[in-house]
Design a protein around this ligand. Structure first.
Ligand SMILES: [Zn+2]
Length: 374
């Protein structure tokens, strides 16, 4: 029997060591050491654990034979000098990939396996072994730039996956939708002049990186019109996210008619995330993924690849991950989100006028996408 939803995870993703400090800052001066780094293995381990305990994992097509990304594949986005620098630092015991991206020895191989997770699951989708997949990979990727790591990201998993799969399978149009609470600056930069890759990022307005993610960043050259940012005011909740999907993401996908949808799935927009200041909950993620799944069914036989990004509440991210996997697979695990009542009851979860005003500015950009026939 064909199992339509793939799931990819590897123990070594948990072995990527970001050290200690305080939240996302290294220790030193007044910053006392020995707090785990914000991007640590626990959130990912607990998603994997809940998928197992819920019983849903055994109903998925488990992809456990992961092919690491090669140096050439990484260099479809990154400079060779950067890739070699990361390997040398990793071999020497670790360092920082650029900005706020600490790593220990062995991180190079794990980062290759993280990017390789996207490639492996993407190949399974494009070879029609599965319809869609959740890749619970680490380190994350959407902040990494061609020649520097940023924001806990070493290699740009989404960009490397899109560029490599396009080449291998002769793919035309690929849409990348990023709902992580931070702006996907690396994905934007890597594909800024590419009209065949539509990049849409929903993120908290002027957060991290603070100098990117604005509405007027729409792409350049032939790629003009194919980069859409949806900055959301801090405090945006379920209503704002669903409205942004309905007003921007869905109509944009309808005009673009992708042959593959890649979702960059960060759960740090969740209402109790320690880093983000938005208020999404499991029903928000369920609705967002559900709407994109319908778009994938409409335009590309359901081909949708979901790659993990941020999400720093060890308590809450497992339920968000389960909601997304349930929606992708159509399987109800029977487990209810125990936090849903409290988070969905937070004030101003409904769409607020100032949020609608900002989303309308992003919606106006959809007409810049040339309509295509499916
Ligand atoms: Zn994030």
């Amino acid at each position: 029997m064909k199992r339509k939803t793939g799931y990819l995870f590897d123990e070594s993703y948990l072995w990527h060591n970001t050290g200690s400090g305080a939240a996302f800052l290294p220790s030193g001066g007044a910053i006392q050491p020995d707090q785990p780094h914000a991007e640590n293995s626990e959130t990912k381990r607990r998603i994997e654990n809940l998928l197992s305990v819920s019983g849903i994992k055994k109903q998925l097509h488990v992809l456990d034979d992961i092919t690491p990304a090669t140096r050439d594949e990484l260099c479809s986005f990154h400079t060779p000098e950067y890739v070699d620098r990361i390997k040398a630092m990793s071999d020497a015991g670790g360092g920082d990939a650029g900005e706020l991206t600490p790593f220990a020895g062995g991180a190079y191989e794990i980062a290759c396996l993280s990017a390789g997770g996207g490639l492996t699951a993407g190949r399974a989708i494009l070879n029609n072994e599965i319809d869609n997949a959740y890749v619970l990979n680490r380190p994350p990727g959407h902040h990494a730039e061609a020649d520097m790591g940023r924001g806990f990201c070493i290699f740009g998993n989404g960009v490397v996956t899109a560029k490599t799969l396009r080449k291998e399978f002769g793919l035309g149009r690929i849409a990348i939708i990023d709902y992580d609470v931070h702006h996907g600056n690396g994905t934007q930069k890597g594909l800024y002049d590419d009209p065949d890759t539509l990049v849409i990022s929903l993120h908290q307005y002027q957060f991290y990186p603070a100098d990117t993610g604005f509405i007027d960043e729409i792409g350049e050259g032939k790629g003009k019109g194919y980069n859409i940012n949806i900055p959301l005011p801090p405090g945006s909740g379920h209503g704002a996210y669903v409205h942004a999907m309905d007003e921007v993401v869905v109509p944009a996908l309808d005009r673009f008619a992708p042959e593959l949808i890649i979702v960059l799935s960060g759960f740090d927009a969740g209402g109790i995330d320690p880093l983000g200041r938005n208020m999404a909950h499991t029903e928000t993620y369920r609705e967002m993924i559900g709407k994109m799944k319908l778009e994938a069914e409409k335009h590309c036989d359901g081909k949708m690849l979901v790659l993990h990004e941020g999400g720093y509440s060890a308590a809450y991210t497992p339920f968000c991950g389960l909601a997304v996997v349930e929606t992708l697979s159509g399987i109800d695990s029977g487990i209810e989100d125990p936090f849903l009542g409290i988070i969905s009851g937070m004030g101003m979860q409904d769409l607020q006028p100032h949020q609608a005003e900002m989303i309308a500015q992003s919606a106006a950009l959809v007409s810049g996408i040339a309509p295509r026939k499916t």
